[in-house]
Design a protein around this ligand. Structure first.
Ligand code: NAD
Length: 331
């Protein structure tokens, strides 16, 4: 029987992995450990491997995998920057990823957090907890239909976000380095980020982090936002200069922000910090502000996304074992 080993298994993945193993008649062994020079020895007798590495993979692992007769590593995430693709290729190791596992999950989350901010549900919840049931100006909302939404980055997730807002009746504008023909019926494209954000009540970003867009959303750009706009980041923390965002919140330029990613999140997300101090003062500030909805990189986290990640990793490993390649290879 074909044997595939899963590293870095999280509790919520086990059910999907068992179902996949039954369906494909493959033996899937699971370990919570990372793939390292020590744990790679557990692959003796296996035909394939899937993992969810977070840090850089020790490059000696490629050579050892080759010696063990394993021809691939299937990463269970979209990102694959933890691998040295050249080193992997030199050792005949195919690296694959799961490029898209549920764009709807992230888009729906972006819209949910925008609605929370616009309809002030986070503030209403606080008041109700205090048994303050009055109708007062700070919790008066806006009608979503009458708002303008700017979607920055109009790929898979951005387009779904745009379509959901369009269904509310909102005006949707957008900016992308490469405007997408099929999105033109529901996104009014602008020629620059500045043009896209200038009249927007909601700005939602959906582009990858690149070296060119580090701190693209900085003091200068926030100053060009419409007064009182809300800002949603379910993309990557590094795209936003968080200190500049806090300044824009302080001076009222931005009325609220929903941040599912934060530029220095890796030490904290997704970990249990109950009873411990947050030593990062910027994160500590975000966590306690009532005009910020901070969440731990969780927009993707649905049963559908978890199943698609598990299936995507195992499918890619099995494909390389059976055919010598897979559709999602990145080297
Ligand atoms: P995608 O590749 O389908 O779309 C990204 C779009 O961004 C592309 O159209 C690209 O042309 C555009 N783009 C790139 N750089 C740009 C720039 N500087 N300005 C404007 N547009 C730019 O990707 P996707 O599947 O839609 O994912 C988008 C991002 O969502 C991912 O890169 C990732 O950062 C983030 N994401 C977050 C979560 C989460 O749980 N929070 C989960 C998955 C993905």
């Amino acid at each position: 029987m074909t044997k595939i080993m899963m590293f870095t298994v999280r509790e919520h993945e086990r059910e999907a992995a068992k179902a996949w193993a039954m369906e494909h008649n493959v033996e899937v062994t699971m370990s919570e450990e990372m793939l390292t020079m020590d744990t790679v020895e557990q692959l003796k007798g296996s035909d394939g491997v899937t993992t969810q590495q977070t840090g850089k993979l020790d490059e000696r692992v490629y050579e050892r995998l080759n010696q063990l007769g394993i021809k691939q590593i299937a990463q269970r995430s979209a990102g694959f920057d933890m691998y040295d693709l050249e080193k992997a290729s030199e050792n005949n190791i195919i690296i694959s990823n799961v490029p898209s596992y549920s764009p709807n999950s992230i888009a729906e989350y972006a819209v949910t957090s925008a609605l929370q901010l616009v309809r002030k549900t986070h503030l209403i919840d606080e008041k109700v907890l205090e048994k303050d049931f009055r109708w007062q100006k700070p919790i008066m909302a806006k009608e979503v239909k009458s708002l303008e939404v700017a979607v920055i980055g109009t790929g898979r997730i951005g387009q779904i976000t745009a379509q959901i807002f369009k269904a509310f009746g909102s005006k949707v504008v957008g900016y992308d380095l490469y405007p997408n023909e099929q999105a033109k019926p529901f996104i009014e494209y602008k020629d620059s980020v500045e043009e896209a954000i200038k009249n927007a009540d909601i700005v939602s970003i959906h582009m990858p982090a690149t070296k060119d867009n580090h701190h693209l959303f900085n003091e200068k750009l926030f100053a060009k936002f419409k007064d009182g706009a809300v800002f949603i980041n379910t993309a990557r923390g590094s795209i936003v200069d968080t200190k500049a965002l806090i300044k824009a919140l302080d001076n009222g330029k931005i009325s609220g922000a929903a941040l599912d990613t934060y530029e220095n999140e890796s030490h904290y997300f997704p970990k249990d910090f109950r009873g411990r101090d947050i030593s990062d003062p910027v994160l500590a500030e975000l966590q306690k502000r009532s005009d910020v909805i901070l969440t731990p990189h969780i927009a993707f986290y649905t049963d559908m996304a978890v199943k698609n990640l598990v299936d995507g990793g195992l499918d890619a490993a099995l494909s390389v074992i059976e055919t010598g390649t897979c559709e999602t290879r990145v080297n």
